[in-house]
Design a protein around this ligand. Structure first.
Ligand code: ATP
Ligand code: MG
Length: 378
């Protein structure tokens, strides 16, 4: 998978920009606040019209402008796709895939898959469960459209149920609708649990291999998926999981009404990273925690490869400068295949490979290095 060409119009601090990328490693360097992360954000936006930094599209539109455009040419499954996304300050965004309007983002995320790695990911293990759930959700949404659908339904139901629990004292009649919401949440929740359990299992196997290679086989790492306590086996059929979720909801009904929030369901899921059977979060050294986070991210990329036999586009935003030399070279050696974008403040040597490219960013203008690739017909 690769982004061959990207054009940005009034996107963040880019007035107009057009750039052709290398199919290997692309180094993007420049001083702080010049637009390096913005460029990655724009490139990644082609996949699923989602930004890792904001949930609101309006923030992506350049200050003082009414509309923005992110367009690109993508190579995926040995075919060329054109993706065009138009954002409006006062209106709904438009998405086109090969010139055809798209109602949802599903086909965009299926066409271009991406993995993003930022310095915050190095704290994945120390962060709260929400960050780890996001980590699972991001990949699963890209891998399985059915998961993405179930997740968005689940979130919608959860928001609605939270409003009922918040307002029921003023309006007791609201409680009569709670059973319907609980039933639907259990149905979609069971789908989420089933996918998450399988994904954590596969991810765990790859994670162990990468972690051992990075840490010199000293410790035995493992991942353990944690979900609703009544779910005795997350690999059980979804109908069975649904029944267990309903049981848990029933036993937490009074507590939910008392604290006025949703206590029961996979929106509280987490996974534990263990080293020699002990939770890394509690006992790990800084170096161990970083190595594990790094290995998780690199494992995520491998899972995509297993699924499609094609590497997703990898974005490393500022992350290499955060790593010591040994880990830097470990990462660079793990990512010799597939398209990679690396941002940093200083120009740095990349792995010796044909076709790598360098771009300097200054005030929202991209200056390709002399040996940057020139594609025909672009
Ligand atoms: P760093 O090295 O500090 O991470 P960076 O090169 O990654 O810097 P970016 O995060 O890409 O910097 O941001 C570059 C600039 O874009 C910032 O000065 C920011 O204020 C500006 N910016 C962000 N959103 C918009 C917007 N909607 N319109 C115009 N400029 C914006
Ligand atoms: Mg940045």
């Amino acid at each position: 998978m690769e982004i061959q060409r990207l054009s940005l119009s009034h996107f963040r601090n880019y007035e107009q920009a057009e750039v052709c990328f290398s199919s290997g490693q692309n180094l993007i360097f420049g001083e702080n606040a010049q637009g390096k992360t913005n460029l990655l954000e724009g490139a990644a936006y082609l996949s699923g019209a989602r930004s890792h930094r904001t949930r609101g599209d309006k923030e992506l539109i350049q200050f003082g402008q009414e509309k923005a455009a992110v367009c690109g040419t993508v190579l995926s499954r040995e075919r060329i796709f054109s993706i065009e996304i138009f954002l409006f300050r006062h209106g709904r965004r438009q998405m086109l895939l090969n010139g055809v309007k798209q109602k949802t983002t599903a086909s965009l995320s299926d066409t271009l898959r991406t993995v993003l790695f930022t310095p915050e990911d190095l704290f994945l293990i120390w962060s709260g469960p929400a960050a780890r759930r996001r980590f699972l959700d991001q990949t699963l949404c890209q891998l399985r459209p059915r998961y993405a659908q179930a997740l968005s339904q689940y979130h919608r139901l959860q928001e609605h149920k939270t409003r009922i629990l918040r307002d029921w004292e003023q309006k007791p009649s609201l409680l009569s609708t709670l059973d319907t919401f609980n039933g639907d949440m259990a149905r979609y929740g069971a789908i989420l649990i089933s996918y998450r359990a399988k994904y954590v299992q596969i991810l765990g196997e790859i994670f162990c291999k990468i972690h051992s290679a990075c840490s010199g086989n000293r410790e035995q790492p493992s991942l353990v998926y944690e979900t609703v306590s009544t779910v005795a086996d997350p690999f059980a059929p979804v109908e069975q999981i649904e029944t267990w979720l309903l049981e848990h909801q029933a036993s937490h009904r009074a507590a939910e009404q008392a604290v006025k929030s949703c206590l029961s369901g996979p929106h509280k899921d987490d996974f534990l990273v263990l080293l020699d059977g002990r939770p890394l979060k509690a006992f790990g050294s800084q170096g161990q925690v970083r190595t594990a986070a790094l290995s998780l991210k690199l494992a995520e990329r491998e899972v995509h490869f297993f699924d499609r036999k094609e590497y997703p586009v990898l974005f490393l935003d500022d992350v290499l400068s955060e790593l010591d030399e040994r880990r830097q070279s470990f990462v660079l050696n793990q990512i010799t295949e597939g398209q990679v974008f690396i941002t940093c403040c200083q120009k740095m040597p990349l792995l010796e490979q044909e076709g790598n490219a360098e771009f300097r960013i200054e005030h929202g203008v991209i200056f390709p290095a002399e040996d940057a690739p020139q594609r025909e017909n672009e």
